[in-house]
Design a protein around this ligand. Structure first.
Ligand code: GLN
Length: 567
């Protein structure tokens, strides 16, 4: 694997199409949602699409990053820990994506350096160009091949002009040079409306397009993000200065819901433009009608349900951040919309319930309480107090991963009478380690091998009949039958687990383990029987990663229904 030009790997017209999405002017204007929406509108035209995210940082994956810095870590079926954009891609496309669909500079450099160490470059200099660039091209082509898709829509992270993403843009340019008819560049830019002037300004976008020109790349389409719709004058100005067909300038004003974005794009005929530019035939798919109905439901909910999320990754300086839990929030929304209502989600900082246990009484005003995944000590006693309050006051409670582990701790302490019960993640010397580290994790931790080493990705889980969990999956027709058993598959990300030595004691005290690993060793779902509590359920896995707009997650739906019933 070396000289790209010589091997000519991307030199032949493969027929596979690429749409590269780059950012102009500034970050945070919705490049990820634009990419996901392009995927949606193309797949609604009967094309097979794979969506890819390129993150230019040197982390090998997103797993080692702090959620307050980086947002949620989204886990794929394969177990790869990725950027939260991958979650949006899966939700918009309505299908699972593969590990090949995600790429970081860290991954790319690691492969190149490993190959160099193995004499894979036959004694040559190993350089950013061609070797790193060619590794990027190879990965793009490999992803296209594995997915078997017609089109790859690839979001190149960062903004044009960054040092870090330049090699990725160069790789994209090369693919375009070799296959001029198969590649499009879409720039998602921002048009400010300065308050003092009150006029929408196109100049920053003009500069961004020229900056892209300096890479040897001409933008084919501009998605113009702004507060308002673009007027004709602005479109003409951009068209002239940026050398772009005015019809290829798509207005993307702020919208209330991200799920309206594909519908808005279609207002400016973006799918037709892309299909025409790529020489593809356009079909229509009924899927888009279903999407439209879903997006409308997001606006039309009658009544609300109040859900309190008790977590810790909220505060950064003076701002409150909800990005760390984006899949959880979206999963709640999908189930609520399907029930015809709007969720009213509140961020409740767990720390407050630890220092001031009486503060938990405010939870009585909520229809449902959720404790999401998490790590470490911050806010932990507050979460346990909140769970106790939900259990004692019969408020629907849903615990995800850490939320299930802490629910088990709470139950062990306050119902099963296991004094000082805890997870060994926090208290290694607890007299009752009801949650303990998975045996295979001990050695990894001793070696400080933190990256990509948790129990990650999709694992099967067998459900116990006549339980809330079984009923939920059954009614959503989401159960597979394997050897006569009810089996589900869900994604994981954890190092700790219900300690098998305590299972019997906990069961005797009334906790039901309604989902277990097929070998019966790992407890995947815990719940209280319906006659004891309307909904008190936790999962060791992360159901939120499998919730989709058009197929809400059965357990979230069961939780929302219980919350509605409480209202
Ligand atoms: N900290 C817990 C563990 O490692 C839970 C992880 C999580 O919530 N994702 O097992």
């Amino acid at each position: 694997m070396s000289d790209y030009g010589k091997s000519g790997r991307a030199g032949k017209d493969s027929g596979h199409k690429y749409i590269f999405v780059v950012g102009g002017v500034m970050s945070g204007v919705g490049k990820g949602i634009a990419t996901a929406s392009i995927g949606k509108i193309l797949s609604a035209r009967g094309l097979s699409v794979n969506l890819m995210k390129i993150d230019p940082y040197l982390n090998v994956d997103a797993g080692t990053m702090n959620p307050t810095e980086h947002g949620e870590v989204f886990v794929l079926d394969s177990g790869l820990e990725t950027d939260q954009d991958m979650g949006n891609y899966e939700r918009f496309l309505g299908r699972d994506l593969g590990a090949e669909d995600y790429m970081t500079s860290g991954m790319v450099y690691r492969s190149v350096i490993d190959r160099e160490r193995n004499l894979g470059y036959e004694g040559k200099f190993v350089e950013a160009i061609p070797h790193v660039r060619d590794e990027i091209v190879d990965r793009l082509n490999h992803a296209a091949k594995v997915s078997g898709s017609d089109v790859s829509v690839v979001e190149i992270g960062g903004t044009i002009g960054d040092f870090q993403n330049a090699l990725f843009i160069e790789a994209a340019r090369l693919i375009k040079t070799k296959n001029p008819n198969d590649v499009l560049f879409v720039m998602v830019s921002y048009l400010p409306v300065p308050a003092t002037i009150g006029e929408m300004k196109t100049r920053p976008t003009q500069h961004a397009v020229r900056e892209l020109n300096s890479y040897g790349v001409q933008a084919d389409i501009i998605i113009a993000r702004s507060e308002a719709r673009l007027d004709k004058k602005r479109k003409e100005k951009l068209a002239i200065w940026c050398n772009i067909n005015p019809d290829h300038i798509i207005s993307a004003p702020d919208v209330e819901s991200i799920y309206d974005v594909p519908i808005n794009f279609e207002r400016d005929h973006l799918a037709d433009i892309l299909l025409h530019a790529l020489g593809k035939d356009a079909k229509h798919d009924s899927d888009f009608a279903t999407w439209k109905t879903f997006a409308e439901n997001a606006h039309n909910g009658k009544g609300t349900v109040k859900i309190g999320i008790v977590g810790k990754y909220f505060d950064t300086g003076d701002f409150v951040l909800s990005d760390a839990y984006i899949s959880v929030i979206e999963a709640i929304k999908f189930s609520a919309y399907a029930e015809g209502i709007k969720p009213e989600i509140s961020w409740l900082n767990a720390k407050n319930y630890g220092t001031n246990p009486d503060a938990v009484s405010e939870l009585k005003d909520y229809d449902g309480i959720l404790v999401p995944g998490g790590f470490g000590e911050t806010g932990i006693e507050g979460k346990i107090n909140a769970i106790k309050f939900a259990r004692e006051n019969k408020i629907p409670y849903f615990g995800l991963c850490y939320g299930m582990q802490l629910m088990t701790v709470e139950f062990a302490r306050n119902v099963a009478g296991l004094r000082g019960a805890h997870t060994t993640e926090i208290d290694a010397k607890t007299p009752n380690p009801v949650i303990a580290i998975l045996p295979e994790q001990v050695e990894k931790m001793a070696k400080k091998a933190y990256g990509g080493t948790m129990r990650l990705g999709a694992y099967p889980c067998e459900l116990e009949k006549d339980t809330i969990a079984h009923e939920a999956y059954l009614s959503a027709e989401a159960l597979a039958k394997v050897d006569g058993k009810s089996v589900i598959s869900e994604r994981h990300r954890h190092r700790y687990e219900v300690n098998p030595e305590y299972v019997e004691k906990l069961e005797k005290a009334g906790l039901v383990f309604s989902g277990k690993s097929p070998d019966g060793v790992l407890m995947e779902i815990a719940e209280l029987p319906k006659d004891v509590h309307p909904f008190f359920l936790g999962t060791q896995f992360h159901p939120e990663f499998r919730a989709r707009p058009l197929s809400p997650h059965p357990l979230f739906t069961a939780f929302i229904r219980a919350a509605i019933a409480r209202k």
